[in-house]
Design a protein around this ligand. Structure first.
Ligand code: GAR
Length: 215
């Protein structure tokens, strides 16, 4: 079974979705550790309650991004992960860190990349007047919120939407597609070819989940 390490900075709802999928028998991985750069991250408590090693590394205690990333990598590598999963880890990562985990570093982002990288994605989607919004799981490259796409989910943007209602609709999809992407990795159903993700033949038509859900 593959080992994964999950990095968080806050609420940890994607972490919860991954733990729930594992507990339901839908995610055949060993969650070896959860690491946060913020001590108040609720996800740390979630990890502890689930019996998963939980670590906090304070980025403010390091003089440079590279120094923090080196300490983070040391902590991660103690668990020999096959995959590092960024689940709301709100730090820009140095190029050296990203290269070290090339092909085994995944991120979830709350937009249909390449639209809306960065912060405030839901507010920006509303301001732009897009009719479809969503979320993306991708392998990480040194460019922020960029990299080979693994799976995306789309949701409608409604006239009545606020930032809160839209983000809640997208988040429900995040909780579906992240465990799915990690499962494909765990089952060796993903390969990277020339910077693009190739899925096992039986999955090729399932990497987008168009959500008709309106709530
Ligand atoms: C999620 O919406 C995730 O997509 C986003 O942070 C949130 C974390 O929520 N990540 C990014 O914006 C990365 N660029 P969570 O802590 O409840 O999983």
């Amino acid at each position: 079974m593959k080992n994964i390490v999950i990095l968080i900075s806050g609420r940890g709802s994607n972490l919860e979705a991954l733990i729930a999928a594992r507990d339901a028998g839908n995610l055949p991985v060993n969650i070896a550790a959860v690491i946060s750069n913020r001590p108040e991250a609720m996800g740390l408590e979630t990890a502890q309650k689930a019996g998963i090693a939980a670590h906090f590394i304070n980025h403010k205690a390091f003089s440079s991004r590279e120094a923090f990333d080196a300490a983070l990598a040391e902590c991660i590598d103690d668990f020999s992960p096959d995959l590092v999963v960024l689940a709301g880890f709100m730090r820009i990562l140095s190029e050296g860190f990203v290269r070290h985990y090339e092909g085994r570093l995944m991120n979830i982002h709350p937009s249909l990349l390449p639209s809306f990288p960065g912060l405030h994605t839901h507010q920006r989607a509303l301001e732009e007047g897009v009719r479809i919004h969503g979320c993306t799981v991708h392998f990480v490259t040194p460019t922020l919120d960029h990299g080979p796409v693994i799976i995306q989910a789309a949701v409608p943007v409604l006239e009545s939407d606020s930032e809160d209602s839209l983000s809640a609709r997208v988040l429900r999809q995040e909780h579906l597609i992240y465990p799915q992407a990690v499962r494909w990795f765990a089952e060796d159903k993903l390969t990277l070819e020339n910077g693009r993700v190739r899925l096992a033949a039986e999955l090729a038509d399932h990497a987008v989940l168009i959500s008709p859900e309106i709530r």
